[in-house]
Design a binder for this molecule. Structure first.
Ligand code: CAO
Length: 517
């Protein structure tokens, strides 16, 4: 941690500021938007912040230009106060997070709900937004530092007239960050914003200003509709004439497909496989702390391996589904879903089969004394992201159409790639599927995600010869599936019957459609 998080005492401290240079923008190059940030364009010495942990510092800066062109300031009765902005309790027992990115620099002006930084716990990535209008005076951490819940994240200088700021901040008090007072957990689904507020970063606001774009016209694809830089760039690209201030008559086009090349389109036995990346040559051994999603994996997998796993494998003839998917894809495209992979079908078929085997959509407590049959089919999907393995889940699959599952999967995949999955996305799963076949392989040995009791791993769909009922060899699309179940509560026969039903939906998609609710 580069900067020690100051404890928050109750003393009031006023201080003098010396050598405040006039005319120099306080904002950083990274956030030139904050040119207007400080009316005085001053830089501040760091000493005031290193005083004995003031909870609230009352100071009035009265700029007065001296002959050398340098402002001197005098401490007078307070007009502004410095508020340590504490990292809120973000729930799920999270005690610390890693700072992934700062959206502000010291000296930047922020308004309520402006993004301050992106932090990542071992469960989720969360954008912290400002609770106040004010000027950022101190960042307590560097990128990649570990920030502690309940400790200051930044100091914000706010107007003393700002009633939203408590008179004093108590030590350990977790100010609710990123949401209006009164709202609680950081859950993308439940977050509400005051009407008219636009969620975005100062950098995006600046870019919008430069291009004279009304941000109300830009569709935000970030969490809670946050407008990302990509959204703005796409808006600019798709409708340059709109930058002159006209109102769009049609919604912006759906996001560009990020689909990787299909494993199916690859030649069956390529002679040479191109490595996916450049080789890494380490000159010397490198040791690093296990953090973020990997840390979560350590915890979950260690816990999971205490559970006796039962494994069951089979192969699925996907030939009919491969053809049907081509049709579904076109329909999905017309419905605004540019990528319709096999995953929504696997997920929906699993939910339909789970309706017949509720014990597989269940959880057991730690001592394995009780089993809870879950009403909702919250199907987790293992995702390979830049940050590592994450398993967000699609909630309530039993009540969703195939298209709705596809839309939600697309959102989760998009968020996963941006490391922007919320706690809600990553918790509450009841059953998991892991499509390792989109990368390669046939059979796998999936490990349970406790307290869930079953998980399936899907292999690569391959074109292989198979006999049909009449004994003729057919060109078939074959996919292997590997199930693991908690053998304390699930017997092999149940797993096998479930797999048979799931497989029948995929092999005869007509039956799936017939039974779909
Ligand atoms: N066999 C062959 N092709 C497959 C396939 C399979 N099993 N699964 C997907 N594909 C195809 C898709 O259809 C798509 O091709 P098209 O563009 O022609 O449709 C292409 O591969 C890329 O798919 P995708 O990966 O973008 O999307 P998806 O919905 O199929 O999968 C996801 C999404 C998140 C499951 C996948 O990207 C992923 O991360 N898989 C890895 C999961 C993992 O790491 N598991 C291990 C967990 S234990 O550590």
């Amino acid at each position: 941690m580069a900067m020690a998080a100051a404890g928050v005492g109750r003393c009031r401290v006023s201080f003098q500021l010396l050598n405040i240079k006039y005319g120099r923008a306080a904002s950083s190059a990274r956030h030139p938007s904050s040119r207007h940030v400080s009316d005085w364009g001053q830089t501040f010495p760091r000493q005031p912040h290193t005083t004995s942990s003031p909870a609230v510092q009352l100071v009035r800066w009265t700029p007065a230009l001296d002959t050398s062109g340098i402002y001197s300031l005098h401490t007078t009765p307070a007009t502004y106060k410095l508020v340590p902005f504490l990292l809120a309790d973000i729930g799920e027992g999270i005690k610390e997070v890693v700072v992934k990115e700062w959206f502000v620099s010291e000296g930047d002006t922020v308004a309520q709900f402006d993004s301050i930084c992106e932090v990542q716990s071992d469960k989720a990535s969360v954008t912290i937004t400002s609770r106040y209008d004010g000027v950022i005076r101190k960042l307590y951490y560097e990128v990649d530092d570990t920030a502690l819940v309940g400790k200051p994240l930044v100091d914000i200088e706010v107007s003393k007239e700002d009633d939203s700021v408590g008179a004093e901040v108590q030590e350990g008090e977790a100010i609710s960050v990123g949401r209006p007072a009164g709202e609680t957990a950081i859950e993308s689904g439940t977050f509400t914003l005051p009407k008219g507020k636009i969620l975005t970063t100062p950098a995006v606001r600046r870019l919008a200003m430069e291009h004279k774009i009304d941000l109300y016209e830009v569709r935000g694809t970030g969490r809670e509709g946050r407008i990302l830089k990509e959204d703005l760039l796409q808006y600019l690209e798709s409708a340059p004439d709109r930058t002159k201030g006209t109102t769009p008559s049609t919604p912006p086009p759906p996001p560009v497909s990020r689909a990787k090349p299909s494993a199916l389109s690859v030649a069956p036995t390529p002679a040479v496989t191109r490595p996916p990346s450049l080789p890494v040559m380490l000159g010397q051994d490198k040791k690093e702390a296990i953090k973020g999603f990997r840390k979560a994996m350590v915890k979950t997998m260690t816990q999971a391996m205490k559970i006796p796993h039962f494994g069951y494998c089979d192969e699925v003839d996907m030939t009919a589904l491969v053809q049907l998917r081509a049709e579904l894809r076109k329909i999905a495209e017309m419905g605004g879903v540019p990528r319709f992979s096999y995953m929504p079908i696997f997920v929906k078929a699993a939910s339909m089969a789970l309706s017949h085997f509720p014990i597989l959509n269940a959880s057991v407590d730690e001592k394995c004394e009780n089993i809870t049959y879950k009403a909702s089919h919250n199907i987790g999907v293992a995702m390979d992201t830049g940050e590592g393995l994450v398993v967000p889940n699609v909630k309530g699959v039993q009540g969703l159409t195939l298209l709705e599952v596809a839309v939600e999967l697309d959102r989760l995949q998009e968020a996963g790639l941006r490391a922007a999955l919320g706690t809600q996305d990553l918790t509450g799963g009841t059953f998991t599927l892991s499509n390792i076949g989109s990368i390669g392989g046939t059979y796998a040995k999936p490990v349970l995600l406790p307290p869930e009791v079953a998980i399936g791993a899907l292999g690569k769909i391959q074109v292989l010869p198979r006999f049909d009922a009449a004994g003729n060899v057919r060109r078939s699309h074959i996919m292997q599936v590997s199930w693991s179940a908690d053998h304390r509560v699930i017997d092999g026969a149940t797993m096998c019957r479930f797999s048979n039903l799931w497989k029948s939906y995929l092999e005869n998609p007509a039956t799936m459609i017939m039974h779909m609710k």
